[in-house]
Design a protein around this ligand. Sequence first.
Ligand code: GLN
Length: 488
Amino acid sequence: MSKLAEQTISEISTLLNSREISSAELTQLSLDRIEKYDPKVGAYLHIDHDGAKKQAQESDTRRASNNSKGPLDGIPIALKDIFLTDDLPTTCASKILENFIAPYDATVVKKLKNAGAVILGKLNMDEFAMGSSNEHSAFKPVHNPWNLDCVAGGSSGGSAASVAAGLCYGALGTDTGGSIRQPSSFNGIVGLKPTYGRISRYGVIAFASSLDQVGPMTKSVRDAAILLNVLAGHDPCDSTSADVEVPDYTDRLDNKLGPIKIGIPKEYFIKELDSEIAAAVQEAIELYKNMGCEIVDISLPHTRYAIATYYLIATAEASSNLARYDGVRYGTRHDPNQGLIEMYNETRGKGFGLEVKRRIMLGTYALSAGYYDAYYAKAQCVRTLIRQDFQKAFEKVDIILTPTSPNVAFKFGEHQADPIQMYLADIFTVSCNLAGLPGISVPCGFNQEGLPMGLQLLGPVWAEDKVLQCANAFERETNYQQRRPHEL
Ligand code: GLN
């Protein structure tokens, strides 16, 4: 990979400031790379050549007159196609939103634009963010840049693959049950899911509103902190965004870790965990020990119910959220001219893919009269128990360390036949969403086939600074994030 394409946001920002490169050149480089490599990767759904070049010119003009807006000014960034943009289509990788252009920008998109970021385009994903492999995109699959025969993970697979392949310098993803962290681990990049409420969800297409959270996906921990600085904060347009103080996340990133306590939950070291990942995580634990951290064995006893709880709550919320796609107000309409119900049936029958329909049916069932108490209400109770597990654990430890995923990127089709197998692989990521906690995935090595593996660090609510600091200390001691995939 060319030296420039390998650089991180913070490195590029230095080059821009010293005028060694212009944003226009950088943006052209990204667009050229997309043209050359994306046909193989499939990360982009929409590329905004003209818009990106114009934004880059504007950024260069600002810099020339010493009016730079900060570290993101002029940096080519891309967005998962779940974020509303008023100048580009937003499809959520679904036929039901094909060609849909939103009337406004999501708050996070506005924030990126205000910070001077150059928006290259919109990235592929699993339809409505439902999936763990990106095989559920209605348009095309995403190929893993480390091995094109393997999936990129999901649902933010386009975001992860584009960062890994050097097709943008950072991307936004969303994480409802692992969709930032799992694809990040599959692609050897850093992915942060902040605390629920840390970043506005206004203008982010809803999957499961009590679980969804926006986050950065980048080559380095510092880059994730730079993006979080721009994205975090209260938004009057999103009542679930919290009005709490936002620290500067880059400030104390390089501080020595100090004698912090890191908890290792025994429930996360199960027989389904790939042995090479288990060994890499063990090495990470040793590394933290050598840095002076105290390693504490802990238990999160309700972990075994996490998948069932997540797949009840997420599908229930999805069935309600997706009711709005009825062919009347948004996107595509299929009308056989036989009446309203027939129009709904045709529109939703043709517009949604199989996985989305499966989730709507599961969720509608869990919410229906007679089953609500047995399924949805019960799941809410278990969710509280899972949250309490973490509260108790964080009385004893500062950070919890686990593998991000029980497996590395798998081959296309491997989990297609049995959706339950695909759901079970979310075992290490969903609890964090159920409890509303911040979590990060950082590269922790490569298996024998050269596929990346990921380490997950979880913190108490609002402790993104701690999580980032801990991840940064690990990154400093290792060089996994410097390895890039061979040119495709
Ligand atoms: N893989 C999980 C699911 O399919 C998580 C998806 C997500 O976080 N958006 O629901």
